[in-house]
Design a protein around this ligand. Structure first.
Ligand SMILES: *Cc1c(COP(=O)(O)O)cnc(C)c1O
Length: 428
């Protein structure tokens, strides 16, 4: 006789009490899970059709070296991305080092001195502050004479249409819209709401470029930003669209001229997309994209599972277990530093990699307080893999996301609860 599942879990430190509590929560979420399954099925078919349309073949998985001229795998992958995101063109490269880099080349490729950048949805992701020059930084857009305006969301999370109208002027060249809340307390924007915003902005200034920071949003819905009128959408391959297999990379999908401008910034003016050897990553990029709808599905199930569990225990979850989802990030507000630390220890303890290490709060560059991070990833820093982090300051919220499989996400979340129970912070 082999071990039962409960015995397996027990051998990994999970008590029957925690397991059964979580199992009951999982049962209550079955309708939500079905919703996610339907979105995943739709997106899976979307990806397969794009691959068939562009006749993806095994020779596209070959690598190229040197200048990378005529890398048909790279060019076909970019065509597939353009089909999936319903855009004219795409730039998908291992030379784009991260999401911040992808956003940087999309912005700096399409803005010129004297132009103005507008964020109508409040402060963008932390790393963009230096790029835009909100925070002084050598090489920022501000140093190149690009000005910046920001219109915050209204207290109820709505768009400040009056303020946006006032902020748009003859210099406004590009509008950046961040889909995910990132690590801000606001709600994530649905593609439909992004569409409303874009229609409003184009109604005032039709030729303004609308760019969406799509990080963490890909494949969460059946629509993507270009379906709602975005001219450019930008993201990281070590998040959703890399499907956990891409070892590096970013993408920019959108109008052909705007993608070309970004490519001229990534490589060199005039060279653009023609150069850039793929160095053997093509297969991982294709296969990762193929798996991405299913990986995102698992991450979403993990996110609502966590919300279901912690809500039941009286903690505020953003979003809650019943709300519609527009990204894969789950925030849980604990109001206690010990709780966020134990939560992160549980996530770490469930990892396939580095489960034996214990995360500790630490001073990190760019943060004004200690931060604790839990991750045991195959790809260093990949936040599509199960990961959690928390700044050690009020209100003591933990942000967590990812999970390459639903079963792993589930195990991680159950272990987080186990640690809280073991530390006497929560009793079931
Ligand atoms: C992760 C993220 C970024 C930056 O991506 P990195 O790969 O960490 O540089 C930008 N915007 C949002 C909303 C993100 O979630």
């Amino acid at each position: 006789m082999g071990e039962t599942l409960e015995q397996y879990y027990q051998s990994l430190g999970l008590s029957p009490k925690v397991y059964r509590f979580c199992k009951a929560v999982e049962k209550e979420l079955s309708t939500r899970f079905l919703e996610f399954d339907e979105v995943a099925e739709y997106n899976q078919v979307k990806v397969i059709r794009a691959m068939q349309e562009h006749k993806v073949s095994d020779y596209h998985f070959a690598d190229s070296t040197g200048y990378g001229y005529n890398d048909s795998g790279r060019d076909t992958l970019e065509a597939v991305y353009a089909s999936v995101f319903h855009t004219e063109d795409a730039l998908v490269r291992p030379h784009i080092t991260c999401g911040t880099h992808a956003l940087t080349i999309a912005l700096s490729g399409n803005l010129r001195p004297g132009d103005e950048l507008l964020s109508p949805v409040g402060k963008p992701y932390d790393t963009l502050e230096g790029i835009i020059g909100i925070r002084p930084q050598k090489g920022s857009l501000a140093e190149y004479g690009v000005t910046y305006r920001q219109v915050d969301l209204l207290p109820d999370g709505g768009f400040d249409y009056e303020g946006i109208k006032k902020a748009i002027n003859k210099k406004t060249k590009l509008v950046t819209i961040q889909r995910s809340k990132g690590y801000q307390p606001r709600r994530t924007l649905s593609v439909a709401r992004i569409g409303e915003l874009i229609r409003f902005i184009k109604g005032i200034k039709p030729d303004v470029i609308c760019m969406v920071d799509n990080c963490y949003g890909e494949f969460v819905e059946t629509l993507e930003p270009a379906d709602a009128g975005a001219d450019l959408c930008v993201g990281s391959l070590i998040k959703n669209p890399g499907g956990g297999l891409a070892p590096i990379g970013g993408y920019i999908a959108g109008r052909k001229d705007l993608v070309e401008n970004a490519a001229f910034r990534l490589t060199a003016p005039g060279l653009g997309k023609e150069v850039g050897a793929s160095l053997g990553v093509n297969r991982a990029f294709f296969q990762g994209l193929f798996l991405a709808p299913q990986v995102v599905n698992g991450a979403l199930k993990g996110a609502v599972f966590a919300a279901g569990i912690y809500e039941k225990l009286g903690f505020e979850c953003v979003p809650d277990a019943a709300e519609s989802r527009h990204d894969i990030i789950q925030a849980i507000v604990f109001h206690k530093p010990e709780a966020v630390i134990e939560f992160c220890k549980g996530i770490q303890a469930a990892a396939p990699v580095d489960s034996h290490v214990t995360p500790e709060p630490w001073a990190m560059p760019g943060y004004d307080c200690d931060v604790i991070m839990a991750a045991g990833a195959f790809i260093s820093g990949a936040s599509i893999e199960l990961s959690a982090d928390a700044p050690i300051k009020p209100p003591y919220s933990v942000y967590f996301q990812g999970g390459l499989t639903w079963n792993h996400a589930k195990f991680g979340i159950m272990m987080s609860l186990q640690k809280l129970v073991d530390a006497g912070i929560v009793s079931l």
